[in-house]
Each structure stands twice: as C-alpha cells, then as structure tokens.
Design a protein around this ligand. Structure first.
Ligand SMILES: [Zn+2]
Length: 288
C-alpha cells in the first residue's frame, strides 16, 4: 500500500476503532466535512469550495504569478496549510481542484510536504483517492441523486447538473456512472493508434480509443484502456458534430460486453476549444 494511504487508514482506525477501506474513509470524511461546513452556515448546491476550505481553517489565495500547475498545498510555519491556486483556469476546474486539495489535507502527511496538482502528475493511489473525494465534496451523493432525478437520466442531465454544482462536464459524467442504480459506465475516448501502428503512423488511420473508464459498482465488465470503439459507434458522430454538447445515441454497438447484456450508448463531444489537438468524446453505456 502507498505509505500516504496506509498513514490515512492507520490514522482513521486509531481515532475511530472502525476498520474501513481507504475509499470508504475518504467518502466518510467528505460527508463529515460537508456536514461540518453546513453547521457553520455553508449552503449549496453549488457548494463553494473556498468557503469549505476556510471552514476547515485552510488559508486560500489565488497565485499572483503565472503557475504551470493548478494548485499548491503548502505547510505553513504555524502548523496550518496554505492553498494557492491558479486563477487563470475555468471556474469549474478551479472548483474541482480546490476540492481535490482539501481531500489531500485528510492525509496525515499533507502537513509535512508541499503538494502540487498539475498536468504532469501521474495517477497514483493518493491522486485517485483525492479525485474520488473531490467528486464527493463538489457533488455530494444525496444532492446529486435528488437533482439528477429532477433533470432526467443520461447525458441530457449533464448541462443542468454542471450548472447546479459548478462542476465541469467530465466529473459530472463520471458521477452519473458511479451513482447509477442500474449497471452503467462512463467512457472517455480520444483519437489514437494501436501500439503496433505507432511506429508507422503514416499508413494508419487513428480511431477513437478508450482513454479512461469509470463504471458503477454493478457494471459487469471492464473495457481496457486503448481499446478502439466499434466503427459504427455513435461516438464518431459525436466527434464530427460541430455543435458541442449535442447528444448522439446508438444501440447494439459491438463493445464486446458479456451477453445477454444489451446497452444503449449516448455520446457527447467534450472539446472545449476549436484548436484542442486531442478532443475527448464521452460516452455513457446504459442498460437497454
Ligand atoms: Zn493531488
């Protein structure tokens, strides 16, 4: 186990005497944190992560200087923490970043080392737990399920849910899959080549391939990273659609899911800028 994760589990077990997995501890700590913020007068959704940080005594400030990272968590000499963030990012991304950094403070070693969040961070167990917790803080389960039932299921609820929680579309789509009551998965795809083709890119044509994947606990299958999407999939229609945020649907697509599983597919292009060199297409796999 990663040393920071074992320190988290040990700290929790010592304080509560209750044995939980690291994921369960993070979820529990996030619920307690939201409750604590509400007791101090925080309202939402949307929950303001800057207010939440100040409820926890974390000093927070935008960086005056250009930052190549999203945020820095710096231990202060008085034993507290300073969270410095990059204000030149979209607000929804800042919100997620602040929540991610708040979750870092649940780890006992947050107070002894500088922590940076940026594009070069490779996924490690601590980062994955902080992303899991960031979704819990920004879009608490009960609020999310309540608003989702008002906005309807599937990708059409993404835009109103993003607005309601001040969250980007990608974490909302992940949350839709993770909290779905029926087996569902969210997949995020980018154009790319097979490993063997990467040495001879001139003779190969890129396909939309799995970049990352999030499934609800009851989803019975795993779709490997870099797997290509079926040629007739609606994800290609979403990729070519010049109107961002349009939803394309497909049925009976060949994603090699175990039979007799019948899935409907909904896809949306998440490209944010015209010159984005690697647009991401998101798809939800929903039971038919
Ligand atoms: Zn981090």
């Amino acid at each position: 186990m990663h040393p920071s994760v074992s320190a988290l589990v040990e700290d929790w077990t010592q304080r509560t005497g209750i044995a939980l997995s690291a994921e369960e501890i993070i979820r529990k700590r996030c619920q307690q944190t939201i409750e604590f913020g509400k007791q101090l007068g925080m309202t939402g959704p949307p929950y303001n992560p800057a207010v939440l940080a100040s409820c926890l005594g974390i000093q927070i400030e935008p960086s005056e200087m250009d930052m190549d990272r999203d945020a820095l968590l710096i231990p202060r000499s008085d034993g507290g923490l300073l969270l410095r963030f990059n204000p030149r990012r979209p607000q929804s991304r800042i919100n997620f970043t602040l929540c991610h950094e708040i979750v870092h403070t649940f780890f006992p070693d947050a107070y002894t080392q500088v922590h940076a969040r940026g594009p070069e961070n490779t996924p490690c167990p601590v980062e994955l737990l902080c992303d899991l917790g960031a979704a819990e803080l920004l879009m608490p389960r009960e609020d999310f399920l309540q608003l989702q039932s008002a906005h309807g299921s599937g990708l059409r609820s993404v835009a109103p849910l993003s607005r309601s929680f001040g969250a980007s579309r990608e974490p909302v789509i992940r949350r839709l899959a993770a909290l779905a009551t029926r087996p569902s998965a969210a997949i995020f795809l980018r154009l790319g080549l097979r490993k063997e083709e990467q040495n001879h890119p001139e003779s190969a044509s890129p396909r939309l391939r799995i970049h990352h994947f999030e499934a609800g606990s009851s989803f019975p299958s795993f779709i490997p990273i870099n797997k290509s999407s079926p040629e007739d999939s609606c994800v290609y229609r979403a990729l070519r659609d010049p109107i961002r945020g349009s939803i394309h649907t497909g049925t009976q697509e060949g994603w090699n899911l175990p039979r007799p599983m019948q899935m409907n597919v909904e896809a949306m292009n998440l490209q944010t800028a015209e010159d984005d060199p690697s647009p991401t297409v998101a798809a939800l796999l929903l039971p038919a």
